[in-house]
Design a protein around this ligand. Structure first.
Ligand code: NAI
Ligand code: MG
Length: 348
C-alpha cells in the first residue's frame, strides 16, 4: 500500500501518456479487460484512444489513419489489442512498429502451473526483428495473376541493432544463451548477412553462449526439445511463425504477451490476432493482453503494479476455476479479468 501511495506523487509529477488502440474482433474485448485492471490501479495516466484495423478502414478509409500515428507518437507507451487484416491494405500493426521504430519484439514463452500443455517447464524468450525482412510490405506485380514479388530487406544496421538488443536483454533477464535462427543455407545473401552480423555482435558478449540453427530445424527443436532454448533472435517473419508455434506449447495464443521496444517508444500487444472464429462471443482469453499490460507497466517503471498483474494471472491459471474455453473452462472474458483483479486485491 505504501508503494502505491508514494507512486501517486511520481504520477502527478510525470503523467504518462498512453495510446489505447483496441483494433477490432477480440482486440476490443480483451482491451476492455486490460482497461478494467488498469483503472483499478488508478495510475493517473493520460489515456488516448485511437482507431486501427478493418472496422477502422470501413469508417475512415484507412487501416491506420494519420491521427492514430499522431496519437501513438505523442505517447510514452502504446497498448494495442488486435486487428483483422484488410485485403490490399497495409498491416496497421506492422506499420505502427515501423513508424515508431520499435525494432525489438520481445515474445516471452513461459509455462504456467495449472495450464494443461505439452510442456510445463518452459521459460524462453523469442526476440523478433520488427522493421524489415519479408515484412517490408514492398511487393510488386510483375505480371497480373502470374508473377508477383515480395522484397526481403536485410540490412547490417538493423541486424546489428536486433542482435545487440537480444544480447542486452539476455543480460537483463540473467539468461545464458542466445540462438540465432535463419535460413542462410538457401538465402545466402540476406540470411547470410544476418548470421554473420549475429556472430560479430556476439564477440562483444563473451560470457554469453551462442549457437545458430536453420529456422526449419529451430521449429523442429521448439517442438521436440524446447528446453534447449533460452533466447532466440531471429528475423521478422521467422519470429512471427516461431512465436505462434511456441505459444502452442504453453497453452496457446490466449497466454502469450509481447512488447515492441525502440529508442523512443514501447508498443505492447498480445501475440494473437483478432480471432474471428470467437469474436463477439466474449470468450477470448484476456491473459495475453493482461501480461502485455504488465510488460508495459514494467517498461514505464511501475514494477510493483506490473508484478502484481503477472502474479495474479499466474494465480488465476493455477487455481483453474475461472478459465475461458481455450483453456478448458466456461468463463467469459470479463469473468477471467475479474478473477485476475480479485487476485490482485488479495496479493496486495
Ligand atoms: P488469431 O491469432 O486471431 O487466432 C488463431 C487461433 O487462436 C484461433 O483459433 C483463435 O480463436 C485462437 N485465439 C487467439 N487469441 C485468443 C484468445 N485471446 N483467447 C482464445 N483463443 C484465442 O490468428 P488468425 O485466425 O490466423 O488471424 C485472424 C485475423 O487476425 C487475421 O485477419 C490476421 O491477419 C489477424 N492478425 C492480427 C494480428 C495483430 O493484430 N497483431 C496478429 C495475428 C493475426
Ligand atoms: Mg503473428
Amino acid at each position: 500500500m505504501f508503494r502505491r501511495y508514494t507512486n501517486k506523487f511520481l504520477e502527478i509529477k510525470n503523467m504518462k501518456k498512453i495510446a489505447i488502440i483496441p483494433g477490432d474482433g477480440i482486440g476490443k474485448e480483451v482491451m476492455k479487460a486490460a482497461q478494467y485492471v488498469l483503472d483499478y490501479f488508478d495510475l493517473n495516466f493520460d489515456y488516448n484512444n485511437a482507431l486501427a484495423g478493418r472496422e477502422c478502414f470501413y469508417k475512415t478509409g484507412s487501416t491506420i489513419p494519420d491521427e492514430t500515428l499522431k496519437i501513438a507518437k505523442k505517447s510514452d507507451a502504446i497498448l494495442f489489442g488486435a486487428i483483422t487484416s484488410t485485403p490490399n491494405q497495409k498491416s496497421p500493426i506492422v506499420t505502427l512498429r515501423k513508424e515508431l521504430e520499435t525494432y525489438g519484439n520481445l515474445r516471452p514463452i513461459k509455462s504456467f502451473k495449472g495450464v494443461k500443455s505439452i510442456y510445463n517447464d518452459l521459460d524462453f524468450l523469442i526476440v523478433r526483428e520488427n522493421t524489415e525482412g519479408l515484412y517490408s510490405q514492398d511487393e510488386e506485380i510483375i505480371e497480373e495473376d502470374e508473377k508477383v514479388i515480395a522484397k526481403k530487406i536485410i540490412t547490417k544496421k538493423a541486424s546489428k541493432r536486433i542482435c545487440e538488443f537480444a544480447f542486452k536483454q539476455t543480460i537483463k533477464e540473467s539468461r545464458k544463451k542466445v540462438t540465432a535462427a535463419h535460413k542462410s543455407n538457401v538465402l545466402k545473401l540476406t540470411d547470410g548477412l544476418f548470421k554473420k552480423t549475429f556472430y560479430e555482435v556476439a564477440k562483444d558478449y563473451p560470457n554469453i553462449e551462442t549457437e545458430d540453427y536453420y529456422v526449419d530445424a529451430t521449429s523442429l527443436y521448439i517442438v521436440t526439445m524446447p528446453q534447449i532454448f533460452d533466447v532466440i533472435v531471429t528475423e521478422n517473419l521467422y519470429g512471427d511463425i516461431l512465436s505462434d508455434e511456441a505459444a502452442g506449447l504453453v497453452g496457446g495464443l490466449g497466454l502469450t504477451p509481447s512488447g515492441n521496444i525502440g529508442e523512443k517508444y514501447g508498443l505492447f500487444e498480445p501475440v494473437h490476432g483478432s480471432a474471428p472464429d470467437i469474436a463477439g462471443k466474449h470468450i477470448s482469453n484476456p491473459i495475453a493482453i493482461l501480461l502485455s499490460t504488465s510488460m508495459m507497466l514494467s517498461y514505464l517503471k511501475y514494477e510493483y503494479e506490473a508484478k502484481l498483474i503477472e502474479k495474479a494471472c499466474s494465480e488465476v491459471l493455477r487455481k483453474g476455476n475461472v478459465l475461458t474455453p481455450d483453456l478448458g473452462g466456461k468463463a467469459k472474458t470479463y469473468e477471467m479479468a475479474d478473477a485476475v483483479l480479485c487476485n490482485i486485491r488479495e496479493l496486495e
